[in-house]
Design a protein around this ligand. Structure first.
Ligand code: CU
Length: 164
């Protein structure tokens, strides 16, 4: 069973790499080691360069905020607090990538329970758990934060992020 879970995660990660994450040549050239992943909606942030902190609380079935706005270039420390009784995730992406991940989560749920798997642009918190995600908004646009457990975004666990 764990083999199939690993396999599915590999496939999901592969899909994310293929669709959303691009190796950023300028960053590589500049030698900025941990900033080598870039997306259409930003890049993992440097913890020493955080300019703003935002706390988001999840319960069943909602986030306590539905809209966030940032300036281009801001590095934000998101503190994701799960005060619910189920696992929830907090993922930052554009609408297309959120939909893609939602599809993958639905496919995984058919085989086994997804759990505790963090990626660069998402944290997964068990009930009572808090997790941090540091993200730098390098591009202007309208993005989304969402919990993509089956049915959660549809029930309201989705919000907008405007970067200006
Ligand atoms: Cu959720």
């Amino acid at each position: 069973m764990s083999v199939s879970v690993q396999f599915v995660r590999g496939v999901v990660l592969g899909a994310i790499l293929a669709t959303g994450l691009i190796v950023s040549a300028p960053c590589l050239a500049a030698g900025v080691g941990h900033h080598t992943i870039d997306t259409r909606w930003g890049t993992p942030g440097d913890p020493t360069k955080v300019t703003r902190a935002v706390r988001i609380v999840a319960t069943e079935i909602k986030f306590d905020v539905t809209h966030l706005a940032f300036r281009q270039g801001e590095t934000v420390r998101f503190v994701f607090v799960n005060k619910g009784e189920q696992a929830h995730e907090f993922m930052i992406a554009d609408a297309a990538e959120q939909a893609e991940h939602r599809k993958a989560m639905a496919e995984m749920a058919g085989m086994s329970m997804p759990s505790g798997h963090d990626e660069r642009n998402l944290v997964d918190a068990k009930p009572g758990e808090s997790k941090e995600l540091i993200w730098r908004f390098t591009r202007k646009g309208r993005f989304q934060f969402a919990c993509n457990y089956v049915g959660h975004a549809e029930a309201g666990m989705i919000g907008t992020i405007d970067v200006r």
